[in-house]
Design a protein around this ligand. Structure first.
Ligand SMILES: CC(=O)N[C@H](C=O)[C@@H](O)[C@H](O)[C@H](O)COP(=O)(O)O
Length: 226
């Protein structure tokens, strides 16, 4: 497998995710969303769920960062090795896993998890972290790249309104592996600030692919005007 990290450098990765019960919750809709993002210049796609990953992998020629979500509390992003192996088998060249120091459902530590994924697949492992200590521990455990995905969602750091640029900067200067900026990037200016802070690439989801939230931002702003 060609190492995808070079293809991501300096670029925009678009996260295409929908949830059960929502109008866009359909792998084929996410496949179309991914194609639309790539047509606009996305250098990578982040996708959730094995069916979505399969369809998107077949439809676009950019690296796919895959994950599954199991629940929404604690360690819910690709929580076990078996989940990670399934994500890689579905076609993700990069598997995103929870990279926090919280106890994992399979009782393994992060180094064991990453080593086993490397043994059983060709995929790179991306650690989704919530603070600097998570990032340092993930790098020491063998993660191939680190993302600020969980900043503001684990209790370790406050939930900033925009991206946690300070964490991105601290991670980028503290670890050797590439650091992605992810989480609450709402504008192109914020994405640029993350690259300036040392991010290898930026991941944007909600602001591009989640029309319910985008609509609500407009609606709320209109109400504040009154
Ligand atoms: C915290 C968590 O579970 N984040 C998830 C990770 O896959 C997604 O829900 C986010 O949409 C993604 O990280 C992109 O972030 P944003 O949608 O803010 O641009």
């Amino acid at each position: 497998m060609i190492n995808p990290l070079g293809r991501l450098e300096g670029g925009l990765i678009v996260s295409c995710q929908a949830y059960p019960g929502e109008p866009l919750f359909d792998p084929d809709v996410m496949r179309r969303m991914a194609e639309a993002a790539v047509a606009g210049g996305a250098v990578g796609i982040r996708a959730k769920g094995l069916d979505d990953i399969r369809l998107i992998r077949a439809a676009v020629d950019v690296p796919v960062i895959g994950l599954v979500k199991v629940g929404s509390e604690g360690v819910y992003i690709t929580p076990t090795v078996d989940h990670a192996v399934a994500v890689a088998a579905a076609g993700a060249g990069i598997v995103a896993i929870d990279g926090t120091r919280r106890p994992r459902p399979d009782g393994l530590d992060l180094a064991e998890v990453i080593a086993t994924i490397h043994d059983r697949t060709d995929a790179l492992v991306m650690a989704d972290v919530g603070d600097l200590e998570d990032g340092l521990a993930s790098a020491a455990a063998g993660a191939d790249l680190i993302s600020s995905t969980l900043a503001g969602y684990t209790g370790a750091r406050p939930r900033s309104e925009g991206p946690d640029v300070d964490l991105v900067r601290d991670l980028a200067s503290a670890v050797e592996v590439p650091v992605l900026a992810e989480g609450r990037i709402r504008t192109a200016e914020q994405a640029g600030a993350c690259l300036q802070a040392g991010a290898h690439a930026v991941v944007v989801g909600t602001a591009i692919t989640y029309p319910t939230s985008i609509t609500r931002w407009f609606v709320d702003a209109l109400h504040e005007e009154i």
